[in-house]
Design a protein around this ligand. Structure first.
Ligand code: ADP
Ligand code: MG
Length: 478
């Protein structure tokens, strides 16, 4: 490979406050256009922005989570430009002095390769409004509801070297902001969007000229956009041309990137400190307070799951994929006396996940909540039912509100564990198949499975499989 890909990401995470960053207007998604922008959001003369304290706590939380230094003093500046969705004529954004400086995100790639991506910074800013081009014939609509929505822009160093690394980084960040409770992570609604800066270079050479792909709102698109862009740049250079620094858009329908504006059109934003806002001062006491409220983070949870529940790396990764799934799992384990965390893991990762996926449900919407699931797992653990019967019980639980116990009782599904009863049935089956018995005795060991199957059939699956195996072995040896 002669070409090396270089990627740096800028992620806009919408902070999950109820009100805007500088006003009391609501940030709720989906309201009628222009019903949630107040005079401050519009920058009317004579109004004054007031910083929402909630966004400061969230920025500190993020800074602590990525091991960065939270700035004692940061400053809001005005980024001046004209655009129809920005009636104020400027966006308030931290520029020279951001609130979060440095930090790291640890990613893991296929095959378990680990890598650390350094963050440059994360700064607070307000979002602009939205231009709507689809619903209006020959005209555009402007919806200013989004104006003034708080954003945390998280900027990485140009340290990713493949689309896979970029996706792993974006996913890790996406998981982290949701764990921290600072962003709902909804990519369709634009709560988490990615700008990808991409360049290529000969291995070991200076950084190449980059193109920036704006507002990518899915991981799949991020991967495709980068792949397309890398090919495009290599083709240009190999044909003797030069990549121009520009902003591009990814068109998912055509699976290509297109130029939006070049560096030559780049605006001079004339940044200057916003005279309406005081510098943001963060005291050690404020940081200590947030520290005390920090939830357990994904990496720490993963490590704890591996140690405490003796799970594999993979299981721990799946079970900590979101806070909700982790909480669900731990509720099941706790309610079953932590007897066999691996069986609980199998049920949450296997049956539950499969059923949730089939019905497109989130774990928080599961018809079988953690305590009912625990009721089922408990019956497997105490040998009341086999794992196989448990799957049937689970199916019934999914569409009813009955407990596992009620279903087992009503359907008479209790496992037969009485040695004498099982032995009698085993002998019955052996007597029923004299030919197979003769063949088995003659050396066809494979027929053992046939006998197991027949015994299970005879007991309608209710015999304890371990006992059946043992007793059958004994009886066949006679
Ligand atoms: P800007 O101010 O134009 O947004 P920055 O220097 O702040 O530019 O960088 C923005 C992003 O671009 C960062 O994530 C950075 O890592 C990335 N970046 C910078 N140079 C390159 C490059 N040559 N190739 C790929 N990414 C780059
Ligand atoms: Mg940029």
């Amino acid at each position: 490979m002669t070409w090396e890909t270089v990627i740096g990401l800028e992620v806009h995470a919408q902070l999950a406050t109820k009100t805007k960053i500088f006003s009391g207007a609501s940030t709720a998604f989906g309201a009628l256009p222009n019903t949630q922008a107040c005079l401050v959001d519009l920058g009317m003369p004579g109004v004054l922005p007031v910083l929402n304290k909630g966004v400061v706590d969230m920025a500190i939380r993020f800074g602590l989570a990525v091991g960065s230094s939270v700035a004692e003093k940061s400053v809001f500046a005005r980024k001046n430009y004209f655009y129809p969705d920005l009636p104020k004529g400027y966006q308030i954004s931290q520029f020279e002095l951001p609130v979060v400086i440095g930090g790291q995100i640890h990613i893991e790639l296929d095959g378990g390769v680990k890598k650390t991506i350094n963050l440059t910074r994360a700064h607070l800013e307000e979002d602009a409004g939205k231009s709507l081009h689809e619903d209006f014939e020959g005209a555009s609509g402007i919806d200013l509801n989004r104006a003034g929505t708080p954003l945390l822009e998280i900027v990485s160093e140009p340290e990713m070297r493949s689309p896979a690394e970029a996706v792993a980084y974006a996913k890790k960040l996406h998981e982290l902001v949701q764990y921290l409770g600072i962003c709902d992570g909804n990519m369709q609604e634009g709560s988490f969007r990615v700008d990808a800066n991409i360049s290529v270079r000969k291995v070991g050479a200076e950084l190449g000229t980059r193109a920036e792909i704006k507002n990518v709102n899915s991981f799949k698109f991020l991967e495709r956009a980068i792949m397309f862009e890398v090919e495009r740049q290599i083709d240009i250079i190999e044909a003797g041309g030069a990549v121009v620094q520009e902003t591009r858009l990814y068109d998912a329908a055509k699976d290509e990137t297109r130029s939006m504006r070049s560096k030559a059109d780049a605006m001079d934003y004339r940044y200057f400190p916003d005279p309406d806002l005081l510098p943001l001062i963060i005291t050690p006491a404020m940081i200590e307070k947030v520290k005390g409220e920090m939830p357990e983070l994904p990496d720490a949870k993963r490590t704890r799951f591996i140690e405490q529940y003796k799970l594999s790396d993979y299981d721990a990764m799946v079970l900590t994929g979101s806070r909700e799934i982790a909480d669900y799992y731990e509720t099941v384990v706790a309610a079953t006396g932590a007897k066999d965390p691996k069986i609980a893991a199998n049920w949450v990762m296997g049956e539950l996940n499969a059923r949730l996926n089939a019905d497109s449900l989130d774990v928080s919407e599961s018809p079988v909540d953690a305590s009912r699931m625990a009721g089922l797992v408990a019956r497997i653990l105490d040998n009341t039912i086999s794992g196989k019967i448990a799957k049937d019980v689970f199916e019934i639980m999914w569409t009813s509100t009955d407990s596992a116990d009620a279903i087992i009782e009503a359907k008479g599904l209790k496992q037969i564990t009485d040695v004498g009863a099982i032995a009698a049935m085993v002998r019955g089956v052996i007597d029923q198949f004299p030919e197979q018995l003769a063949e088995y005795k003659g050396g066809r060991d494979k027929l053992f499975g046939f006998f197991v199957g027949e015994v299970m059939k005879a007991t309608k699956g209710k015999a304890n499989p371990g006992q059946v195996n043992q007793i059958l072995k004994d009886e066949l040896a006679k």
